[in-house]
Design a protein around this ligand. Structure first.
Ligand code: C5P
Length: 206
């Protein structure tokens, strides 16, 4: 069984996916972390993020491993844990350029499709491009202001700057953020985290 939870930037996907996965007793997989890891490694190596050939060559000699633990995903490059460095403002800024390369998307998708079921997969295109046959699909939205207010608790920047960056990232991610036709769309703006998790669990268990 695969449950997909897609949605716009900072819509609560990771927290919701973690809660749903723990309640179901299965792992969750955060696809955005792989795009973030590719971006971080590219930046650290001084690569042009607009050059997919250079990025892929670097990733092939610096393999990245996603550890989809129920209590929180971790990402490794050999012995180096990247997890805590993946949510910086510089990675936020570069990641959409990296994620727009079809070669990078294939690098991520191959890793995701190799994972053993069951799991919850969260991202942008889990229910559309990567796991179109998933049994349960959800799509989370919320206004940019509400998402910026939530994200302000995790970033040092001001709310208007965070809001502008989120809107910009949604524009750059536009190609992969359409909900699947068979996804249940949830506006999480007026909902608590627990309410979103409970709504999804009710649908999955129905
Ligand atoms: O979900 P998160 O905000 O961590 O994703 C970071 C970035 O990775 C997104 O802004 C998007 O560019 C890319 N992404 C994607 N497809 C996914 C997940 C993430 O293009 N399935």
């Amino acid at each position: 069984m695969i449950v997909t939870i897609d949605g716009v930037a900072a819509s609560g996907k990771s927290s919701v996916s973690g809660g749903v996965a723990r309640a179901l007793g299965i792992p969750y997989v955060s696809s955005g972390l792989l795009y973030r890891a590719a971006t971080l490694l590219g930046l650290d190596a001084g690569l042009d993020l607009g050059d997919p050939g250079a990025l892929l060559a670097h990733l092939s000699t610096h393999p990245v491993r996603l550890e989809p633990l129920a209590e929180g995903n971790r990402v490794w490059q050999a012995d180096r844990e990247l997890t805590d460095d993946l949510h910086s403002t510089r990675v936020d800024k570069g990641v959409s350029v990296v994620a727009a390369h079809p070669q990078v998307r294939a690098w991520v998708d191959d890793q995701l499709r190799a994972l053993p079921e069951p799991f919850v997969a969260e991202g942008r295109d889990m229910g559309t491009a990567v796991f179109p046959h998933a049994q349960h699909k959800f799509y989370l939205t919320a206004s940019a202001r509400i998402r910026a207010q939530r994200r302000a608790k995790e970033r040092p920047d001001d709310i208007p700057d965070i809001e502008a960056a989120l809107i910009r990232r949604d524009e750059l991610d536009a190609n992969q953020i359409a909900p699947a036709a068979d996804a249940q769309v949830l506006d999480t703006g007026p909902m608590t985290l627990d309410e979103v998790i409970t709504t999804i669990l009710r649908a999955v268990r129905a």
